[in-house]
Every structure is written in structure tokens, then in C-alpha cells.
Design a protein around this ligand. Structure first.
Ligand code: SF4
Length: 383
């Protein structure tokens, strides 16, 4: 039986994709191995959020080459997938000549049966890609336009998971709130990134990329349908963009005891100036008001967040605004990242990376202390 080794870098979306990639290999008669040195095929499911994530992929290939030279073994087939596919095929061949095949994430598909290791808690993708163009983010280019899965398919999968004994469902999407509301069809990469005279005004707004729901938002409808499956006890979702966290969603969380009281609500910055440069589509005031509205209706809610420090042009005053917001919200956990310019993103094209590494580190330490260490032990993040 041929064997496959899957190396997953990065976030939960990649881990979920790897479960389906393994399902596909298994259906084709492969067995999984945990030992890359023995594998016939190696799948590298990559991350591009920071340069260091891409460097780790390169590091893996260097180790592989070293091993092949030392042992004289035949090179396994190497397949590259995930977020490094924001590079085109020619660029990948130059960067990583050892790669034999490229697997676009869209080809992994939603309906390939996943092979999961966790027996109680299942990650279920509801959408992939993103139509929000946060200026620092590579996802709209690596994963492409947002595409929602059909409600029927998701429910069918969760019913089967319930039969297998799963109690906890974690719904996964770049922005779960916008499930079923994306506009599609236009090649935004052409419109947006390949333009010669690219400027900040070329960046699409969130409003231009999604339809406003006219009745119950599809994501709320999905939550209601999942809740009706008796043996499912807890539903968690990742991630919600603050700009379209509808009131209907708040109301549903308030009345639905199966929905987790942990909400991951990435703020990224507490400075209106920086939020605008990031093209996040909300202000610090609207974020704080959202937190307040959720807390009023869901008193036992706890919040997690993502924050980037050292975004281009971030001044001490901008950082003070972020610090202030973090104190005001009282997050239970925050993933604080130092800005890392990613080729292919708008911020890379438009804004010089002008905050020094030293200042980024200082700001990172301050926020990590206030958002994480001061709360240590109170709430685990991932169910
Ligand atoms: S919402 Fe913004 S940060 Fe999140 S995946 Fe989309 S573009 Fe990236």
C-alpha cells in the first residue's frame, strides 16, 4: 500500500483541509504515515501569514534533500498546497524546485470525507476563501474568493458526525458571519492587485463584496438547524469579522444554549487610523459598541481576539488606542502578532514597513502581558 505523510503548517483552516486531503488519499488506497522519511508522497499544506511560516516549509525541504543525499533514497513525490499558492506556479518552481505537483485548495473540495483524529470534537468547514480585503492579508489571494458550502451538505455532514458520536462541532470559515452572502463572479485579483496604477482607493470595501441579509442571515439559519440535531451539545464558530456581526446572530447566541459563550472577534487594532489603513470596515467605537451589545444580551460571553502590532505607520498614540481597547474589552485570550510584510498584499505595495523590530517586540510584549498573562488560567481557548 503506498504511503502519504501530510505536514500541516498554520491555522485550523489548514488542519481541517488536511483532514480532507487525508480522506482523499485514503479513498485512493494510501495509508498515512507519521514518518516522512518512509513516505511515498509528502503533502506540504503551507501557511503564508508570516515570512517565518514560509521559511519553515523551505526548512522542511532542506532536511528532505539532506536525507536523500545521505541515504541515496528515491525522492518521494512532493505536493504543495495551502496558502503559499498565492505564488504562481513559476514562482513556486523557482522557490521550491523539489515540488512535483501543486494542489489548489479549491480542488480539495468541501465534500471529501475527512479523516479526523479527535473523536469528540469535529471541525466542519462552512466556507473557504475571503472577499474582505484586509490590506495585510494574503488569504483572498491564496484561498481565493469566498465560497460558501450549501446548508444541506453541512447539515448532512453534522448528522453523520452525530451518529459517529461527536458532541462538539466547530464551524470554520474565514468569516462565518458572511456565510451565504458573498458576491461572486468577478476576478478581483485582476481588478485589484494586477493594476499598474494601484492605489488605496482600488481596495474593495466589505460592503461592496457582500449582500446585506434581507431576512434571517444564512449563518443564523445554519446555527438553528444544527442545534436541532439532538446529540450535538456544543457549537463553536471561528472566525467572526466584527463588521458584519448581525444583531440576529447576537439574539440567536442569547437564546440558544448550545452555542459556545466563547466568541473569537479579531480586532487587529484599536486605532481608527490603523483600522482604516487595514481596510477592516469598522471603527474602535463600533467594535466597542458591538462588544457591549453582545455582553448585554449574553452576559456570560467571553471574547478572544487577534491583534497586529507594528502595522506600517503605527505611532505610540495608535498603540495606546489598542492598549486602551484591550483593557476595556478584557479579552480572555489574544493572539498578538508582529506585522510582517507579505508580498502580494496591498499593505506591502502601499505602505513601508516602518516600525522597527525593537518597537514591534516591545508592543507585542506589552499586549501579550495585558491580554494573556494577566488572565492566565481563566479560560482555555480551543474547545
Ligand atoms: S477577513 Fe481580512 S484578515 Fe480575515 S481572511 Fe479575510 S482578508 Fe484575511
Amino acid at each position: 500500500m503506498p504511503s502519504v505523510f501530510i505536514k500541516t503548517f498554520g491555522c485550523q483552516a489548514n488542519k481541517s483541509d488536511s483532514e480532507r486531503i487525508l480522506g482523499d488519499y485514503s479513498a485512493r488506497g494510501y495509508e498515512e504515515t507519521q514518518k516522512w522519511r518512509e513516505a511515498d508522497e509528502i503533502v506540504l499544506n503551507t501557511c503564508s501569514v508570516r515570512q517565518s511560516a514560509e521559511d519553515r516549509v523551505r526548512g522542511f525541504i532542506v532536511n528532505l534533500n539532506k536525507f536523500l543525499i545521505e541515504t541515496g533514497k528515491k525522492k518521494p513525490k512532493v505536493i504543495l498546497t495551502g496558502c503559499m499558492l498565492h505564488f504562481n506556479e513559476k514562482e513556486i518552481k523557482e522557490l521550491l524546485p523539489e515540488v512535483d505537483e501543486i494542489l489548489p485548495i479549491a480542488e480539495v473540495g468541501f465534500n471529501q470525507k475527512s479523516i479526523r483524529k479527535d473523536r469528540l470534537s469535529a471541525w466542519v468547514p462552512i466556507s473557504t476563501g475571503c472577499n474582505s480585503f484586509c490590506t495585510y492579508c494574503i488569504v483572498p489571494f491564496s484561498r481565493g474568493r469566498e465560497r460558501s458550502r450549501s446548508t444541506e451538505d453541512i447539515i448532512k455532514e453534522i448528522e453523520n458526525l452525530a451518529k459517529e458520536g461527536y458532541k462538539n462541532i466547530n464551524l470554520l470559515g474565514q468569516n462565518v458571519n458572511s456565510f451565504g452572502l458573498e458576491k461572486s463572479g468577478i476576478n478581483l485579483r485582476k481588478l485589484y492587485m494586477d493594476k499598474e496604477n494601484f492605489s488605496a482607493s482600488s481596495i474593495p470595501t466589505n460592503e461592496s463584496q457582500y449582500q446585506k441579509p434581507t431576512s434571517t442571515p444564512p449563518f443564523v439559519d445554519l446555527l438553528q438547524k444544527i442545534s436541532k440535531i439532538d446529540s450535538i451539545e456544543k457549537i463553536t464558530f471561528f472566525t467572526s469579522n466584527p463588521w458584519d456581526f448581525w444583531d440576529e446572530l447576537i439574539n440567536e447566541i442569547a437564546i440558544n444554549p448550545k452555542i459556545d459563550r466563547f466568541i473569537h472577534l479579531p480586532v487587529q487594532s484599536g486605532s481608527n487610523r490603523i483600522l482604516k489603513l487595514m481596510n477592516r470596515g469598522y471603527t474602535r467605537e463600533s467594535y466597542l459598541s458591538l462588544v457591549e451589545r453582545i455582553r448585554t444580551k449574553v452576559p456570560d460571553v467571553v471574547f478572544g481576539t487577534d491583534i497586529i502590532v507594528g502595522f506600517p505607520g503605527e505611532t505610540d498614540a495608535d498603540f495606546a488606542d489598542t492598549f486602551d481597547l484591550v483593557k476595556k474589552v478584557g479579552f480572555k485570550v489574544a493572539f498578538v502578532a508582529r506585522y510582517s510584510p507579505r508580498p502580494g498584499t496591498a499593505s506591502f505595495k502601499l505602505y513601508p514597513d516602518d516600525v522597527s523590530a525593537k518597537i514591534k517586540k516591545e508592543r507585542w510584549e506589552i499586549l501579550d502581558q495585558v491580554a494573556n498573562k494577566d488572565n492566565l488560567g481563566e479560560r482555555p481557548l480551543i474547545p
